[in-house]
Design a binder for this molecule. Structure first.
Ligand code: PAF
Length: 279
């Protein structure tokens, strides 16, 4: 079962995957397309750990609380397929909305608690319900053993782990390191929307996070965040939030803990960028 293939619905994907004498072990890499090196690193890890890697490309309308953001989201399917077709054991699925969300939808909404009310949860109401729903359904229809997500979206990762535990989906959620460019900017499909000058200005995000990581143990939370914000404010970016929390529960930061994370969200012109650093 080798050779790059593309499918446009789950039915034909499943028939293909069930063709052989033995059902292959599947690694799922869900994406919204506009693929970059960060996605490639997830795919390459998944290739090492599975027989077949299913990459889904689906710009999920349910996770956009802002219709303009949904409309502007970069869509470059030809480029995506050109990037992927060098992989022999990669299968791409580009499903339609009614395939992901059929009338007989297999998802039963779960409570997300704190994860849905702080930071990303606060600023993007409904976003994580949409993420939990789509990832559940993608797992339901592609039947992976493992699914791969980047630590860049750390709150999303916690939501997905919570959804998998609550719905008892038999899938291992694998967290993969954030991939950064040479200057520290976390790779994101949204970076495609930045021109060269804005790209440079966006580096303040990683500078601010690095400041927090280096200083929080000595200066404490309040003072570190105050100074970090002053550094950030020298840029033209607009800060949405900068905070430190527990990296699993997203509950309060505890000085003694070694499982904290500093999260940031900012607008670079109209492009919303998020990032984080483990403390
Ligand atoms: O991180 C993303 O690209 C999306 O949120 C995901 C996980 C593919 C769900 O649509």
């Amino acid at each position: 079962m080798t050779g790059f293939r593309t499918f446009y619905d789950f039915g034909s994907l499943r028939s293909f995957l069930n063709e052989g004498a033995k059902v292959p072990q599947i690694g799922l890499v869900p994406t919204m397309g506009a693929l970059h090196i960060g996605h490639v690193s997830l795919i390459e890890r998944a290739l090492k750990e599975n027989d077949i890697v299913v990459v889904t490309i689906f710009v999920n309308p349910k996770q956009f609380n802002n219709p303009i953001d949904l409309e502007k989201y970069p869509r470059v399917p030809e480029k995506d397929l050109a990037l992927l077709n060098v992989y022999d054991r990669v299968v791409v699925c580009i499903p339609q909305v009614n395939d992901v969300y059929p009338e007989n939808d297999p998802y039963e909404k779960i409570e997300l608690g704190l994860l849905d009310t702080v930071l990303e949860g606060e600023f993007r109401p409904g976003h994580f319900d949409g993420v939990a729903h789509v990832v559940h359904n993608l797992m339901f229809y592609t039947k992976p053993s493992k699914a791969y997500f980047g630590l860049k979206d750390i709150q999303q990762l916690s939501v997905i782990k919570h959804m998998v535990a609550s719905t008892k989906r038999p899938v291992d959620v694998v967290a993969c390191q954030t991939v950064r460019d040479a200057h520290g900017l976390a790779l994101s499909s949204r970076n495609l929307l930045l021109n060269e000058a804005k790209h440079k200005e966006a580096l303040i995000i990683y500078k601010t996070l690095s400041f927090v990581k280096s200083n929080i143990k000595v200066l404490g939370k309040e003072e570190t965040l105050k100074q970090a914000q002053a550094i950030f404010n020298q840029s033209s970016l607009e800060l949405e939030y900068l905070d430190v929390v527990n990296q699993t529960t997203f509950g309060p930061y505890k000085k003694e803990g070694d499982d904290n994370v500093c999260c940031i969200s900012a607008f670079c012109e109209k492009v919303r960028l998020i990032d984080n650093i483990l403390l």
